[in-house]
Design a protein around this ligand. Sequence first.
Ligand SMILES: [Zn+2]
Length: 356
Amino acid sequence: MNLYRVIFYFAANMSNHEQYPLRGEGITILAIESSCDDTSVAVCRNGVILSNIIAGQIVHEKYGGVVPELASRAHMQNIVPTVQAALDTANTTMDKLDAIAFTQSPGLIGSLLVGVQFAKSVALALDKPLIAVHHMQAHVLANLIDTDNKPDFPFLCLTVSGGHTQIVLAKSPLELEVIGETIDDAAGEAFDKCAKIMGIPYPGGPLIDKYAKEGNPLAFKFAEPQMPELNFSFSGLKTSVLYFLQKQESGFIAANQADLCASIQYTIINILLKKLKKAVQQTGISNVCIAGGVSANSGLRNGLTEMGKKHGWKTFIPAFQYCTDNAGMIAITAHYKYLAGQFAGMEASPSARAEW
Ligand SMILES: [Zn+2]
């Protein structure tokens, strides 16, 4: 089916669905992720990801952050070719699909709307069910994608990204509970804001990781907040870095960039891993995963692996392409929702809020 004809099917094919077959084989799902600044589309069959296409947006670079209105416009430009590329890469066609999944929340509302409306149009055109997926739940389940080394349930997952920092207790693919989270900035935001203070271009997190490799993580000490229970706070770190740098001579940042990056990264990872250790102690669960964009950070990956060896945890980290925002994780979550018969109606709407 030609994607450009979807709109005509939208008008012509409005019949009601029969009960959808709940079968354990041959389930092919098209998944769309558009919560922030990447348009991503994946095809998954029987829980195996056949394609995971990500169209990034470079339009935001000169603004030093994601501009919501520009993001939604870019999603509209990208969505049709990205869906086509995902189908082609998976060597499948629209008529082979059993369900259409989309990210419902949380995210930028204008960006989410593009994915939700497109998914609804395709579902109506094909007379197939819709599956609404929570973005943060999907990050956790990225650990179940295409690997022989999957965590057994129950497991703990530290989800760290530019927008969120959470510790999640996963009892099954669809029984997830947030047991700790940030009360202000996310860990990824802390990386980006500290980078901005040092004049490192956006997005600064990956560059801090790169420069940190040459630096001494104990060269400078920055404030670590004392938060109760399993919650996090990162806004104080940014202030601590700012005040420290304001007291220095000009040229200090350039001369100490690697040590500054290594010390900031060390502090952020220390805050994250200390809480993860506390979560393991409190729950007695030692299958431990990380997920989200910051799980691509080499310091965090190494830190988790080392901590796992030290304390006897089994640790799991998704492949790089499933750490940052991607539709593969939406597809795997949708697969489990399909098996459980959890479909969305045509009245489903996006939500910017993170509750789940
Ligand atoms: Zn994300």
